[in-house]
Design a protein around this ligand. Structure first.
Ligand code: AKB
Length: 313
């Protein structure tokens, strides 16, 4: 049977780049791109889908004979705190729709992104292990823990092949993040290249796990294409790229753009970041399906500055 992919939340920071990669890999005609709104920038087949609408997801799955779903639609950590009940409703209802439709339609594989936001005070802050205690403090984190457990439930009870990664903060030049606590690590490069001062909403020493876009896209495809027997964790895999603080990245930027200046004005997102790991142990992903990151902070900084300089000139 040929692969027919449905992507929800395809217009998001990760979705837009993952969509283009999957389209190049499987063919434009084999990827159904969807989001709650049509941005007008999509190649190929686009369908407006509110993933909390069961009937709508079902009708698109039937119309295109979908065989795999990448369910990316979700409200992120910072935005989620503005309206916790709505965030819970959207994040959990959409996932349960996808899982149930996948089960009833014999979908081959489902991808579900989790996040470092699943961790809280119960987990070690450095090199946080895959199986650390999960007591998140944001509604986004709670919804991701819930989602991981539902993913495992559908695998154990129905044999549904759901695969998941706990993403760190994602850094890329192709798209802008929205509503996350790690968003500063993208904004900082835009301001640096535009020669503007950057006001950072986290304190200078707040280290968080981060990853470059190319690494995160490759990890997702490697996980999804790995033989099923290699997937030993059916909740979600820790994934690490690099780990740095705002000060670390500011110093790295200043090596290339010496006039770069930064101010620190921590806001409510500082409290969210304080409960997250500083670095992540991803040895389980390395052992099970061969994960290896390629980009360190120096490579990320050079690539971001080059790409954004080209973009703005
Ligand atoms: C966020 O900051 O909310 C996301 C994430 C780490 O899941 N980027």
């Amino acid at each position: 049977m040929s692969v027919k992919i449905l992507i929800t939340g395809a217009n998001g920071q990760l979705g837009s780049v993952l969509t283009a990669t999957l389209q190049d890999r499987y063919g434009l005609e084999n990827v159904v791109v969807s989001d709650i709104r049509n941005s007008g920038n999509n190649r190929g087949i686009f369908e407006v889908i509110d993933a909390t609408d069961y009937e709508r997801v079902q009708s698109v799955v039937t119309q295109y004979n979908i065989t795999q779903i990448y369910h990316l639609a979700a409200i992120l950590s910072a935005k989620g705190e503005e309206n916790p009940l709505q965030t819970w409703d959207i994040n959990t209802k959409a996932l349960l729709n996808v899982l149930e439709i996948a089960r009833l339609n014999a979908i081959e594989k489902v991808f579900y992104p989790s996040s470092i936001a699943v961790f809280g005070e119960g987990a070690p802050k450095n090199n946080t292990p895959n199986d650390a205690y999960l007591n998140p403090t944001t509604v986004y984190g709670i919804s991701k823990v819930d989602g991981e457990n539902w993913a495992q439930y559908y695998f154990l009870k129905y044999g549904l092949d759901v695969r998941s990664i706990r993403y760190p903060g994602v850094i890329g030049h192709q798209s802008l993040p929205g509503g996350g606590t790690t968003d500063y690590a993208v904004d900082i490069f835009h301001k640096a290249v535009l020669n503007e001062k950057f006001n950072c909403f986290l304190s200078e020493d707040t280290a968080l796990p981060m990853i470059y876009m190319d690494d995160v896209i490759r990890s997702t495809i490697e996980l999804m294409e790995a033989p099923s027997e290699k997937i030993k964790v059916r909740t979600s895999y820790n994934l690490a790229g690099v780990s740095f603080s705002p000060k670390d990245v500011a110093l790295e930027i200043a090596k290339i753009l010496p006039n770069f200046s930064i101010d620190y004005k921590p806001d409510f997102r500082q409290d969210i970041a304080n409960h997250w790991p500083k670095s992540i142990d991803d040895s389980q992903a390395k052992t099970d399906w061969g994960w290896q990151p390629k980009y360190n902070l120096e490579a990320i900084t050079k690539t971001m500055i080059n790409a954004l300089t080209e973009h703005y000139t």
